[in-house]
Design a protein around this ligand. Structure first.
Ligand SMILES: [Zn+2]
Length: 340
């Protein structure tokens, strides 16, 4: 297949799909993680973390054994909830204290290195915990933007092998996010439909990049995937946020993720990846006030999984334009037809 420059409507950027570069690409081999000496996230080691903020427990006492998921403040916080919001200025230098929330969800008590080995119930517990924390952090009016993500494996930047998810709550919308949000709001105002919905409908009609689906969710290898084997999981109903998702939707999402990771591991081995939750800004601030009312219609909840099978080169760093050596059609075909 010849290379194509594809327009990514979701991110408002271009991507080069270049399957014939696949042989050239240096595929990184996931390294074997070290055996844990004393993992602070394993069951029984609760005293090694700060006291928990939240946990799914069946009657057991806080900070003791007997939990399914646990949420603790990040020991190496990037931002802190106690910091001041005041902006300082000297000459052209502007700063403020690192205000924000930085939490770690310990996804499960087991030191399980592959998400493919999680049960449906474990996926559901994990989703419920993310939902709980997002709902709770939403109550803090100072937090404008939430980033919820998982780094899995050394090539994805994970420093702790035990399965965990991070939540960063910030008092502003990250600069790079603003144009994308503005693009989604503008698109919604012009077309009366969310970008995510148009893309989902068009992908369902085109069929060839659909990986799997059930009543409520569909997993897609997006038309303009920036990375090899990138997967986008998006709801079939207009779910604006994780907070309003009901139990049946969470269950079907857990089912789909369980099957999806099973197939992906069959194709890629125990691959390193980044996983992000797509969450609209929680509060309006100076930069988003004019768009805020439309976020609920223009933005849709989603999960994006980006396997880290290739490194990032100078061209990508310099231009922000990605060269993807695996066509999304091929990625979808492979993941779809996996027989784990
Ligand atoms: Zn552990």
């Amino acid at each position: 297949m010849m290379s194509q420059i594809r327009y990514d409507l979701f991110h408002d950027r271009y991507v080069i799909i270049a399957p014939n570069r696949a042989q050239r690409a240096a595929f990184l081999k996931p390294q074997k993680p070290e055996e844990p000496r004393k993992c602070p996230f394993c069951e029984g080691n609760e005293s090694l973390t700060p006291p928990e903020i939240f946990a799914l427990r069946d009657g057991s006492a806080a900070n003791q054994k007997g939990w399914r998921t646990r949420v603790v403040p990040n020991l190496y916080k990037a931002v802190e909830i106690e910091a001041s919001l005041t902006r300082e200025r000297e000459r052209s230098f502007e700063w403020q204290e690192g205000f924000g929330a930085h939490e770690v969800i310990i996804d499960m008590p087991r030191h399980e290195l592959s998400m493919a080995a999680w049960s449906e119930k474990e996926f559901a517990d994990w989703l419920e915990t993310v939902q709980e924390r997002v709902t709770d952090l939403h109550r803090d009016f100072r937090l404008v933007y939430l980033s919820v993500f998982k780094n899995h494996g050394v090539h994805a930047g994970a420093t702790q092998p035990h399965p965990h998810t991070q939540i960063l709550g910030l008092p502003m919308i990250p600069k790079r996010e603003l144009p994308m949000l503005a693009h989604q709001v503008t698109y919604y105002r012009e077309h009366g439909k969310a970008v995510a919905e148009v893309l989902r409908e068009d992908e369902l009609a085109a069929k060839e990049r659909i990986i799997m689906q059930n009543d409520h969710f569909v997993a897609i290898a997006p038309f303009a995937s920036a990375f090899p084997f990138e997967v986008w999981v998006t709801p079939k109903e207009p779910i604006a946020t994780l907070m309003t998702m009901h139990a049946e939707q969470t269950e079907t999402l857990a089912k789909l993720l369980k099957a999806l990771f099973g197939n992906m591991v069959d194709v890629l081995g125990n691959f390193d990846f980044n996983l992000t939750f797509e969450i609209a800004p929680l509060q309006k601030d100076g930069t988003s006030a004019s768009m805020f009312e439309d976020f609920a219609q223009a933005c849709r909840f989603g999960i994006r999984i980006v396997p880290r099978v290739t490194g990032i080169g100078g061209f990508e760093l310099a231009t922000g334009m990605h060269i993807n050596p695996v066509s999304p059609e091929e990625a979808a075909r492979k993941i779809r037809s996996a027989q784990p």
